[in-house]
Write a protein that binds this ligand. Structure first.
Ligand SMILES: O=C(O)[C@H](O)[C@@H](O)[C@H](O)[C@H](O)COP(=O)(O)O
Ligand code: SF4
Length: 608
């Protein structure tokens, strides 16, 4: 094992010892011998089976069959989740084949960040992760289940399902992906048309035409954003079947994998002898593995929020320093948009998960001795699924990449270190994804231009006020201020200015999309302006140095003068409309970005 990976793992175990032990005691106490439903009183049990057909009702009365909870985030709004419409029926039929039962235990909401990008609704996006976790808990709180299948893909949904299911960590749980849509026009081509539109060189009709050729059918969007990063990390943590992440929806192989996930989760139940609950899979080694994979692939910056929040749900205290220390030694092995031109289908074709996991295992960068939904050992995940005369089989994946412009072996990595930087300085602590920022653009020292919101910046661009070097400061965009929305609508404008040769950067206590790329952006800056963070006292014209090479974030203003400044006032009127007024109580409870910007942190810190 690489010494740095061992060092980070050991300090994570040491830091988390008390909270992890408390968590394990909780889930081991909740696990009972035999089916959970056997402990229910008659009335509770009768209510639990009343809605079942006679076959399922009969099976549930037999205490040797497994009852599996289906928790689904299906809706028609997310192209990625639309395929889930048919999954519950597929799963129930698969379980009946083996004398077990699947009950649709509950649905969770799912927000499409693509639809809400730049809209007021985006201020509900991060809070929706907590709602999804709570909805998962409501579903699993019916003590009828011996295992669970989680149906979710996109940004906040997988993290929310993870946080909720980890609080029922005594249940064997498998995550069931839906797969990416087939490739349309390239993401680079899409981004170019957007920049042309921003410059007035493309019509709205041309923009719409381009967007609809990019996002054209059911399945996950094909860029390597938060949704596809979710899939990759779930697989590396051993919570998917091997190679399940990026098989396209509505294909025979996809259907076979869904059926097998239903069969496999019953094999992990108490009554079937190979008991393996999710809380014993998601441990410090699995989390370190997920961060290694995040760095090796230039994954979404949103996981610097989600992974600490998920870790805390399992009693583990993961920090940005852990992530930064791993990033220094993990090579970048894949270039998928926004870190390159390829999309996730090309990644799959070039060798996909089995190649990536094998390379990282052989380099001693992943822990092999981990629990997975296939039992012990991550080396089972160097295989990929096929249909052999209609039968699902796994075979060793390719030992060579089929396209080294997309996926490379460790020996010929795109870069010797990962693409994530922790940014520190007198403006606070934040993160920057440098894997998508050209080296010549990673250091910017320029006057600050302070913007109230994205529209403010767009208006300034259209008025021709931005034709210069500057550092855009967008504040009061943190979790407690307005729910920490993604600020991705600025990307085309800043991209045009960068292409025109201006040195531009962004500093914000808000978030960017996992699909944001080329602009040097110090994001998630903590403490946020709303709670008195330094960003609240930045003024127009202050010199700011954003150094993505060294990881520094410096305001070049006399410290005494800066400290004497009155902080700016926060946003006005963003606490009502689009349902935002319903989330005010949650915003007040959010922890800092570094702790995952979660409403649950303080409770879990004390209870775990
Ligand atoms: O974190 C992410 O990956 C994003 O939130 C992603 O889910 C979102 O949908 C993109 O912002 C859409 O990309 P475009 O807005 O560029 O189409
Ligand atoms: S990847 Fe983003 S835009 Fe695509 S369906 Fe998921 S949330 Fe929506």
């Amino acid at each position: 094992m690489h010494p740095r990976v061992l060092e980070v793992t050991e300090r994570l175990i040491a830091r988390s010892r008390a909270t992890r032990q408390a968590y394990l005691a909780l889930i081991r106490g909740a696990a009972t011998d035999g089916p959970m439903r056997g402990k229910l009183q008659c009335a509770n049990f009768a209510h639990g089976v009343a809605g079942c057909g006679s076959e399922d009702k009969h099976s549930l009365r037999m205490m040797n069959s497994a009852n599996i909870a289906i928790v689904s985030s299906y809706n028609d709004m997310l192209s990625a989740h639309q395929p889930y419409e048919v999954f519950p029926e597929q799963i129930k039929n698969a379980l009946r084949e083996i004398g077990s039962v699947g009950q649709f235990a509950g649905g969770t909401p799912a927000m499409c960040d693509g639809v809400t990008q730049g809209e007021p609704g985006m201020e509900l996006s991060l809070p929706s992760r907590e709602v999804i976790a709570m909805s998962t808990a409501v579903a699993l709180s019916h003590n009828m289940f011996d295992g669970a299948l989680m149906l979710g893909i996109c940004d906040k949904i997988v993290p929310g399902l993870m946080m909720g299911s980890l609080r029922f960590g005594h249940l064997p749980t498998i995550f069931v992906p839906g797969g990416p849509m087939v490739s349309g026009i390239s993401n680079k081509e899409k981004a170019d048309v957007r920049q042309k539109y921003a410059e007035g060189k493309a019509t709205r009709e041309e923009l719409l035409e381009s967007e609809m050729k990019s996002y054209h059918s059911p399945g996950t969007c094909t860029f390597y954003g938060t949704a596809n990063t979710n899939q990759l990390l779930m697989e590396v943590m051993g919570l998917h079947l091997p190679g399940a992440s990026f098989v396209n929806p509505n294909t025979p192989l996809r259907d076979a994998l869904t059926r097998e996930a239903a069969h496999q989760v019953t094999r992990l139940t108490k009554q079937n002898g190979n008991f393996m609950p999710i809380g014993e899979i998601v441990d410090e080694k699995a989390l370190v593995n997920s961060i290694v994979a995040l760095h090796a692939t230039g994954g979404s910056t949103n996981h610097t929020l989600h992974m600490p929040a998920i870790a805390m749900a399992a009693g583990i205290q993961l920090t940005w320093q852990d992530m930064a220390d791993l990033s220094e030694v993990v090579p970048t092995l894949s270039h998928v948009y926004p870190n390159g031109k390829a999309d996730i289908n090309h990644f799959q074709a070039a060798g996909g998960m089995s190649f990536l996991i094998r390379e990282l295992l052989e380099a001693g960068l992943l822990h092999e001795d981990v629990n997975t939904v296939l039992g012990h050992g991550l080396s089972q995940y160097t295989k990929e699924p096929f249909l052999d005369n209609g039968k699902l089989v796994w075979r060793e994946g390719p030992t060579d990449s089929l396209d080294e412009n997309i996926l490379r072996p460790v020996a010929r990595a795109f870069s010797a270190e990962g693409g994530l930087r922790v940014m520190e300085g007198n403006l606070g602590r934040g993160v920057m994804k440098v894997s998508a920022v050209a080296l010549e653009n990673q250091i910017v020292e320029a006057p600050a231009m302070v913007f109230q919101d994205q529209q403010d910046l767009a208006d300034a661009f259209k008025a021709g006020l931005l034709e210069k070097d500057f550092v855009a400061v967008m504040r009061f965009q943190g979790p407690r201020s307005n729910g920490m929305p993604e600020l991705h609508k600025m990307t085309p404008f800043l991209g045009v200015l960068q292409d025109r040769g201006f040195k531009v950067a962004l500093v914000t206590d808000g978030r960017m999309s996992g699909a944001s790329g080329k602009i040097p952006a110090a994001i998630h800056v903590s403490p946020e302006a709303y709670v008195g963070g330094a960003l609240a006292r930045v003024q127009e014209g202050d010199i700011i140095r954003v150094d993505g090479v060294k990881g520094t974030l410096e305001l070049k203003v006399d410290a005494a003068e800066f400290a004497a400044r009155e902080p700016a006032k926060g946003l006005l009127g963003n606490n009502i409309g689009s349902g935002r007024e319903l989330f005010g109580f949650m915003r007040l409870a959010f922890s800092s970005a570094e702790q995952g910007a979660s409403a649950f942190t303080s409770a879990l810190e004390t209870l775990n």
